[in-house]
Design a protein around this ligand. Structure first.
Ligand code: G3I
Length: 406
């Protein structure tokens, strides 16, 4: 090797070290956070997917429980009022609205750069007593009731105009296969009082009050099609929504609540993806709106027996993941919302599913002490390791308006 050649090799090597040195310094300046330390909202943003939670306003306000509000702010890009936008809470006295708690949530969302899902305009539960008593006692007749519903939808949508991304316009209007008769049908207070036409009316009233908000039909047990027969709730919904669209009703999306339980068979990601695609092929957006996965709380689970806890924690992670992967597969699946994120504030233990309150629980991503469960990292991994060509950014949906009937 000549001296000149040696000098050249040395210079190239020195330059390479220099370059590598610069690269490694830059990388060191911007350390990549560990996957487990990245937030759900940041990981969802890689796909344009909003990741949300229902918010319990009492917990959000509780100064003794600061972890709650800090996790709502840091982990989620969308919030839903768990209760405070429901009719009973907005208008406890006829003619007098109380927007205080709902406006507080809107304000929190604005400060934390979050979008808001509006929940809920037309539902048979959490109606004001003055309204249900009036109907039961015969002092509110059908015409007046229809006028009251129109006023409610109009007033609420108008109040929150420009502040809500998606409204759950009609919620849980359909029966289940275990109801009588077991052929799927419209059910509940509003159907009994006003008939199924109230569904199209509600969407038209909501659209008239806000041209820019996305309008959703929201329900549970609609994660995947069944046999396509008269007991298949998803097929019934599909047929009805198809009719609404052909009548020019301004419905923009389907909200699938996603209340699952580890004791059930549930669905896999591809069944979920197929179902989403059938609805989005109608031109609709899609959202998971109330996801949680509950488990039976046997005495052994309650005492913390790991042999009973572990299968539940793993099944829970798998079920959350099936819904998220199904959602990621569709560019029209715009948001994925959990119905609460900690067992400390979850509706599940407060509910009697048939064997008493407290018989089911463990339904969320964090336990009662805010310790993350297996499901949280499973979902982060789904968001982290998904990408093109199978997972693409979301497609923004425009509100349907001024549509002629097909
Ligand atoms: O705030 C009062 C409190 O003052 C009172 O002492 C206490 C006594 O029962 O009740 C409290 O209100 C409860 C409220 O939750 C707030 O905790 C109501 O009784 C209770 O019925 C209400 O339950 C809510 C439920 O909807 C009502 O059907 C749950 O929090 C809420 O998570 C749940 O959410 C629904 C969605 O809107 C629609 N899809 C199903 C989902 C789960 O049921």
């Amino acid at each position: 090797m000549t001296l000149r050649w040696f000098t050249l090799v040395g210079a190239v090597a020195a330059a390479a070290v220099g370059v590598l040195g610069v690269v490694s310094t830059t990388a060191a300046d911007r350390p990549t956070p560990k996957p487990s330390e990245q937030s759900l909202r940041a990981l969802g943003a890689r796909h344009g997917l909003s990741v949300g939670t229902a918010v319990d306003m009492q917990a959000l306000d509780d100064a003794a429980d600061p972890r709650y509000s800090s996790l709502v702010a840091s982990q989620f890009s969308t919030v839903t009022a768990e209760n405070v936008m429901k009719w009973a809470l907005l208008e406890p006295t006829r003619g007098t609205y109380d927007w205080t708690a709902a406006d507080k949530l809107i304000d929190f969302a604005r400060k934390n750069n979050q979008r808001v899902r509006g929940h809920v305009l037309v539902w048979q539960n959490q109606l004001p007593k003055w309204l249900t008593d009036g109907v039961a006692g015969g002092t509110i007749g059908k015409d007046e009731l229809r006028g009251l519903l129109q006023k409610h939808v109009t007033d609420v949508v108008t109040h929150f105009k420009g502040k809500i991304w998606q409204w759950d316009v009609v919620n849980e209007g359909l029966s289940d296969p275990w109801d009588t008769p077991n052929e799927i049908h419209y059910k509940g207070f509003w159907n009994e009082q006003l008939g199924p036409g109230h569904v199209a009316d509600a969407f038209r009233w909501a659209r008239a009050a806000d041209r820019d908000v996305l309008l959703f039909y929201n329900d549970y047990n609609i994660e995947a099609f069944g046999d396509g027969g008269p007991k298949d709730k998803v097929q019934f919904l599909y047929n009805e929504v198809n009719k609404l669209i052909s009548q020019g009703v301004p419905i923009d999306g389907i909200g699938s609540q996603g209340h699952l339980g580890t004791q059930y068979g549930n669905y896999d990601a591809l069944q979920v993806a197929d179902t989403i695609q059938r609805f989005t092929d109608l031109g609709l957006a899609y959202a998971f709106t109330e996801v949680d996965v509950r488990s039976q709380m046997t005495p052994a689970v309650k005492s913390g027996n790991s042999a009973e806890m572990n299968p539940r924690l793993q099944a829970s992670a798998a079920n959350f993941s099936a819904l998220l992967q199904g959602c990621l597969a569709s560019r029209h699946c715009l948001s994925f919302t959990f119905w609460g994120f900690t067992d400390k504030h979850s509706w599940i233990p407060t509910w009697d599913f048939g064997t008493g309150k407290g018989a089911e629980g463990m339904a969320t991503l964090y336990d009662e002490s805010y310790q993350p469960k297996r499901a949280l990292n499973t979902l982060k991994a789904d968001l982290l390791y998904a990408g093109p060509p199978n997972v693409q950014p979301r497609i923004a949906h425009k509100p349907r308006r001024d549509l002629p009937a097909r």
